[in-house]
Ligand binder design. Structure first.
Ligand code: IVH
Length: 671
């Protein structure tokens, strides 16, 4: 990166870090490893230390990275959530230990060592033993209010056991929401099957699962919570961190494995070695060790510097990196025509796993890292899972290999490749691209869509390549005789497949809607569309306003649905499906026909039954519950001590009912 003035380099680093923050926190789709990110941040810190006049309040060095998603309300923590300073090697760890001992004038009474969990930090507020709010760390002062989603996590106690002496009246329990490795692999496997993008690592899958506007989706994800710290606590019932951890264990919280109190600096170094060795055997993704001073009085004396306490440090494990060569860069075409560059690598072992390809994400990434075929590159398995290409080693480049160019025509069908305005991705514009078609048909037949048993990826490819299937409707015209002619298919399997295809003709409408592969329409949206429109014909005629009037459907989604049904080719396809005898059945929830069916509710104040119970009852009767009140709300259900929402309801002329009236409505719905 040639010579740059410090001001230019600082500006560049800030820009890059801001973009990485956005990708990491908002999109849950990072394109650099944590170690890469740390290197950039460190370089920026160095430059700012040399040029204090160039430090600005909004520099990424001055505040933790997470911008808030607007869709969630904000919640301010009673005490700020600090971040941890890093030690990058054993020497820096030793410096931290000595600095702390010096600060205290003596070694602390104990150190606590803990694994650094790679998840999403959250703050849980308990009042009189009840969970009243959950929020992400956000910028440290306030984060996103994720109470509804946190309530779905089984390892977050909704109520603390009452032990009058110990349970504080108000306390903030901090910890990490994570997805275990096994659960993560299973989740990705099922997403792959559904044709959904897979998560890069357990942390991203946890963050993505938590950031759902529909708590039902969060509830279906295998999220777990581990407590690792105390925020505000009234009255102050704990004197040490280890006492706190012990007590919260009794309250029903999980505490990470390998947590322990030790006496000497030497013990701390040893604990690090032990943790690094135990790492692979754990079901949790851990990326380092955290060392904390145990005593709260000692912590108080040490204080903090900028946004990190002086009483704790994070010592991250060395990234698992390896060098290998890029043999080829291929353009791979997905279901919706997105073309992703993928590096085919000389197979290499990294941290016990053989890696032979890595997604290069998009052209911007390839340019930024200047990656070319034949380059020797450093790859890294960050967060234990999907490998990144960290960098190309310039000194090892032989000759002047050409830059990778995105093909101008689709490698599968030859149609033009286009880049839509404002998108990083390139797409195949082909209307009958075999690669897209295969992905589309595979999605159509998948378990969560039309569930056609036996029609997997390989068979779909054979059917498409042999010209037997040009669209979904063709599936329903296949007969055993034709199939027997196809590679390796015996009479029995041919008959089974025909039967499986036949059985899919009457799948519920929501599955058919989901199977069509309309952009942005996943299972949940498909279900609400089925519930609202009851037939494909009615959905096809839906106006944008009718769609956006539904909960959870915004203008972009509505436009995507409209565009799908406006397309001539798609209309023909739907007619073909009908002609081929595809006649979806009604969804079981679609026909309650009661007073609650299709209505949107907002709950406020305290109800006599738990809110989740009320939500379940409403959902079972075909209604939806939304967290904020708008013109689309049909009823505001006001419990005891209802607040500002009442005013809002009056302004928007939304009908306000009490709990008894809700129960009466539910009754007419047969719930
Ligand atoms: S203690 C000042 N303990 O690391 C104390 N944090 O940079 C800060 N983390 O946002 C938190 N494992 O998400 C603590 N055992 C652990 C941790 C841990 C992971 C995360 C946490 C926090 C970040 C701090």
């Amino acid at each position: 990166m040639g010579r740059q003035s410090p001001a230019t380099e600082i500006a560049r680093l800030r820009g890059e870090l801001a973009e990485h923050n956005r990708r990491y926190y908002l999109l849950d789709a990072p394109v650099v490893s944590d170690a890469d990110y740390d290197r950039l941040l460190r370089r920026l810190e160095e430059l700012e230390a040399e040029h204090p006049d160039l430090v600005t309040a909004d520099s990424p060095t001055q505040r933790p990275g997470a911008p808030a998603l607007e869709a969630f309300g904000r919640s301010t923590h009673l005490l700020p959530m600090l971040s941890l300073a890093n030690a990058f090697d054993g020497e820096e760890l030793e410096e931290f230990l000595q600095r702390t001992e010096k600060g205290l004038g003596a070694p602390p009474k104990a150190w606590v060592v803990e694994p650094k969990l790679d998840g999403v930090a959250v703050n849980l507020l308990y009042e009189d033993g009840e969970l009243v709010r959950a929020a992400t760390r956000g910028d440290g002062t306030s984060g996103e209010d994720i109470t509804a989603n946190a309530r779905t996590i089984r390892s977050i106690p909704l109520k603390l056991p009452g032990s009058a002496t110990k349970t504080p009246t108000r306390c903030e329990i901090r910890g990490e929401i994570i997805i275990g490795k096994q659960d993560f692999f299973a989740l990705n496997a099922s997403r792959e099957e559904e044709g959904l993008p897979v998560f890069a690592n357990p942390r991203n899958s946890a963050a993505g699962s938590l950031r759902q506007l529909d708590s039902a989706i969060t509830a279906a994800r295998p999220l777990d919570f581990f407590a690792h710290g105390l925020g505000a606590c009234e009255p102050a019932v704990f004197k040490t961190h280890s006492a706190f951890l012990k007590e919260v264990g009794r309250w029903g919280f999980k505490v990470a494995p390998l947590v322990g109190a030790v006496k000497t600096a030497e013990d701390v170094h040893r604990a690090y070695q032990a943790m690094a060795e135990a790492r692979d055997g754990l079901d949790l993704d851990i990326d380092g060790m955290v060392v904390k001073v145990d005593g709260f009085d000692e912590r108080e004396r040490l204080g903090q510097v900028s946004r990190s306490p002086r009483w704790a440090v994070a010592y991250k494990f060395k990234p698992r990196q390896a060098e290998t060569v890029i043999n080829k860069i291929v353009a791979s075409v997905g279901r919706l025509g997105t073309i992703t560059p993928v590096a085919e690598l000389e197979p290499v072992r990294v941290g016990g796993v053989t890696v032979s390809n890595a997604s290069l994400h998009n052209m911007d990434e390839i340019k930024r890292k200047d990656l070319r075929v034949g380059d020797t590159v450093v790859i890294e398995r960050a967060g234990d899972v999907i490998p990144y290409v960290v960098a190309s080693i310039a000194e090892k480049r032989k000759g002047r290999p050409p830059k990778f160019k995105m093909p101008t025509s689709c490698p599968s069908c030859g149609a033009n490749v286009v880049r839509l305005e404002g998108e990083v991705a390139y797409r195949c514009s082909g209307r009958s691209c075999p690669a897209q078609l295969k992905e589309t048909v595979r999605h159509f037949a998948s378990k969560t869509a039309m569930d056609i048993d036996g029609l997997g990826e390989k068979l779909v490819a054979v059917l498409v390549d042999n010209g037997l299937v040009h669209n979904f409707a063709d599936l329903y015209r296949l007969d055993a005789e034709t199939l027997i002619g196809v590679e390796r298919m015996g009479a029995k399997s041919a008959a089974n497949l025909v039967a499986a295809i036949d059985a899919s003709r009457t799948r519920p409408l929501s599955r058919l809607i989901g199977a069509l592969g309309i952009r942005h329409v996943g299972e949940t949206v498909a279900r609400s569309l089925a519930r609202r429109f009851r037939s494909l014909a009615a959905l096809a005629e839906a106006e944008a306003e009718e769609l956006t009037a539904m909960d959870g459907i915004g203008p972009e989604l509505a436009a995507s649905i409209r565009a799908f049904f406006a397309d001539r080719g798609n209309r023909t396809l739907l007619a073909d499906l009908a002609a081929a005898g595809v006649a979806p059945s009604a969804d079981s929830v679609a026909s309650t026909g009661g007073a609650v069916d299709g209505k949107t509710f907002v709950l406020t104040g305290t109800l006599s039954i738990p809110r989740n119970r009320a939500k379940d009852l409403i959902a079972a009767a075909g209604g939806t519950v939304s967290s904020s009140i708008s013109k689309k709300t049909d009823y505001l259900v006001a419990g005891e001590a209802a607040g500002s929402k009442l005013k809002k309801a009056a302004e928007l002329a939304v009908e306000v009912i009490d709990e008894a009236a809700l129960m009466a409505l539910l009754q007419t719905s047969g719930a």
